[in-house]
Design a protein around this ligand. Structure first.
Ligand code: GMT
Length: 377
């Protein structure tokens, strides 16, 4: 098949999933054309059967805010014609599902099929904002197939929008081999053999509740020889650093900034903290599990579909830093228990192996190309 993929080319999980999906599809013999305003970060080389098509940003005094959605739609049409695309697979509804619908309107002769994958905030925070709601609802509904990265998100989509088509759950995936790596030189190794490493990886937006990470860490560090590695950057990085000073643990906190590949960092971690306010899936939790790192997270959104409470980690009520610290200490304070959680984490991650998930997308493409519909009940 010939598949066009559009995503945000940045560090976010949706861009990572879309890019890795495209690379796996190409390995499996499909032609894949990425269409975006810059090369997706995980597309460090262009493998066989993969191409990248840049949406040009045009400056004109009347265009106060460049209408990216329209330029993207036009580029989708160009690429679909040139590459004879069968399917446009857009990752994140806003504004990509709308752009794909415009592309269909502009080039009806191509009979393009649109698959929209919902990733989270395109439904829960942004897409349901009154500024976007009618467009989100209509363009999701018009897609030939709709997928969501968790059951939670599929149910949220039905709840928030009057979607009558089936929203199919296709979970995010990992490549387990990529998580069997050595620790990188850029992270100083622990100062003492029995020191434990807690880690948090995110875009440091308020929804990630990074200050809770620091609060949990301070409680753990009061009881154990521990350090905290914070990976990423964003609005709450400064406040997190300040809080670590206020709580007297700044000397045990390491900031790495943004990194492209998290697997080498996870190789030094003993526990991942993910106290998010909402998380449709929590790709970073899955990446941690694949690295044999148990997760302590908030019991919200799709996280319980990834992390099994009491087996590969623990889930605590949102904002309950005492409980999270208690769970972290329970895992970290006993070496054999920690190892059991590590093993359970790797076992859990196998369920999300790309070899199980990518064929589910292929089956959806085949079905929409054959004219199959997914109207529910
Ligand atoms: O809006 C965001 O938080 C970023 C978004 C993204 O584009 O990466 O994250 C969402 O998609 C990820 C990949 O499917 C999920 O793992 C994240 O849980 C989800 N974020 C939220 O639901 C907050």
């Amino acid at each position: 098949m010939r598949i066009g993929i559009t995503c945000y080319p940045t560090h976010g999980g949706s861009g990572v999933v879309a890019t890795e999906l495209g690379k796996h599809l190409a390995e499996r013999g499909h032609e894949v054309a990425f269409i975006s305003y810059s090369t997706p970060l995980r597309l460090t080389t262009i493998p066989p059967r993969v191409s990248f098509h840049e949406v040009q940003i045009v400056e004109y005094p009347l265009l106060q805010n460049f209408p990216y959605c329209l330029a993207l739609a036009a580029k989708m049409v160009d690429v679909a014609r040139a590459r004879e695309l069968d399917v446009l697979h857009v990752h994140y509804a806003i504004p990509f599902a709308a752009a794909a619908e415009y592309a269909k309107i502009c080039a009806p002769e191509l009979n393009l099929k649109v698959v929209t994958t919902l990733h989270g905030t395109d439904v829960t925070l942004v897409g349901n904002n009154p500024s976007f709601r009618p467009i989100t609802a209509a363009t999701i509904q018009h897609s030939d197939a709709i997928t969501a990265v968790s059951r939670f998100l599929a149910e949220e989509t039905y709840r928030q929008f009057a979607v009558t088509k089936e929203v199919e759950v296709v979970y995010n995936f990992i490549d387990p081999e990529r998580h069997q790596v050595e620790a990188p030189a850029c992270i100083p190794s622990c100062q003492r053999a029995d020191q434990v490493t807690l880690m948090h990886i995110s875009n440091f937006r308020p929804v990630k509740r990074v200050l809770d990470v620091v609060r949990v860490f301070a409680k753990v560090a009061a009881a154990l020889d521990a350090r905290l590695v914070l990976v990423g950057d964003g609005p709450d990085a400064g406040p997190a650093l300040q809080l670590s000073r206020d709580l007297g643990v700044a000397d045990r906190v390491v900031f790495t900034g943004v990194v492209d590949q998290v697997a080498p960092l996870l190789a030094v971690a003993d526990l991942l903290l993910l106290p998010s306010q909402t998380e449709s899936f929590g790709l970073v939790a899955l990446e941690a599990l694949a690295s044999g790192v148990p997760v302590v997270a908030s019991d919200v959104g799709g996280i319980p579909e990834v992390v099994e409470h009491g087996v590969s980690g623990y889930l605590a009520p949102l904002g309950d830093v005492d409980k999270m610290a208690e769970y972290a200490l329970h895992i970290l304070s006993d070496r054999s228990r920690r190892q059991a959680f590590c093993q359970a984490a790797r076992t859990r991650a196998q369920l999300f192996d790309y070899r199980r998930i990518v064929p589910q997308y292929e089956a959806i493409y085949e079905r929409v190309l054959a004219g199959g519909s997914t109207v529910s009940g």
